[in-house]
Design a protein. Sequence first.
Length: 423
Amino acid sequence: MHDLLVVGAGPYGLSIAAHAQARGLDTRVLGRPMDSWRHHMPRGMFLKSEPWASNLSAPGGRFTLDQYCADEGTVARHGLPTPVETFTSYGLWFARQAVSQLDERLVERIDTAPDGFTVRTEDGQLLRSRALALANGLLPYMHIPEALRGLSGEYVSHSSRHNDLGRFRGSDVTVVGAGQAALEIAALLAEQQTRVRIVARAAQLDWNDVPPPWVRPWHKSLRAPHSGLGCGWRNWFYAERPGAFSKLPERTRAAIATTALGPAGAWWVRDRVRAAAIDIRMGRTLVDARPSSGRIHLRAVGSPHGMEDFETDHVIAATGFQATCARMTLLAPRVRDMLARPEETPRVARGFASACPGLFLAGLVTTPDFGPAMRFVHGATYTAPTLVDGVERYLRRQPWRGGSAVPPGRKAAPAPVAVASDS
């Protein structure tokens, strides 16, 4: 029986495990480390966030991206985009340094039990734990526009399904969306001689500004401080004070969660998009898509453009993620029923505790309660220690073996073990 099982071994899961194990909790992590970063992002991409805002979280601020790059003889510098491959390798290094009991098996089902939770792994083993943290990233929440949902994977794919865009060389590809993923994928496709068009509902493309220097006159820093989500006091509040965000009125939090930091391209991809031969069609919504002689016939509408019909070989939907309860399929139905209605996002309270006692949630799904930072790696710096605080409070309240209330394990944290790496 573990004190805590962490399901998911991405930035949030690894950070939670690092804090929990450092406090002596008997913690096991389940999942392939940095899997979505290793296998679900096209080669050649860069992080949108600054290097100093892309750290995983360990007690004492140890094991930073900057430290990893220094050890490797590379550079992590403000204003210099970080390659996804570098960040992925950093995450694997972090796991080796900060996390033990990393079990690379995938999870098939999570259910409640009289004394906590049972987790069934892909090979059929049942693991038991007093508390559980679900930190399984973005992939379960992929969103495909309704007009495209009837098409097979041969014709339509989500942007998070691609590690190698080479299969589209010489093809005609339509990218749906106007955010960073859409724009960077379109640039990568165009640079490999793929015919590319962008179709998006937004009236125009938005671009983030070039970040100001890290060292600036004090009055400029005071007017617009740096933060993990960009410059300005509003972004600073979202990035650095998620706890305070959670105390805002629910209606205010909901409005911010759905509108703040909307789709926009990084400053460094703007020139690449403008230099590429990309057919950009803004202000359009796809309303129909159907196979046509081995291709896809698409119909888009939008004022003042009216109705447009065109054909393409493949559609990449860079249309984000929607964290609804119905998509949390690792959880047994009775657990999901405790959290929210199928079409809703589960809510979390103090310490990232869900409505299911002992179940803690991390990452995108917590955005409505803790703000926009939860959509980014930077959010792990607040989530990990705060969630572990919540786990400790929960465990102290639970009767254990013979009915006595016992505190969490408080055993010596085990030594980290090696993690398989393909870097």
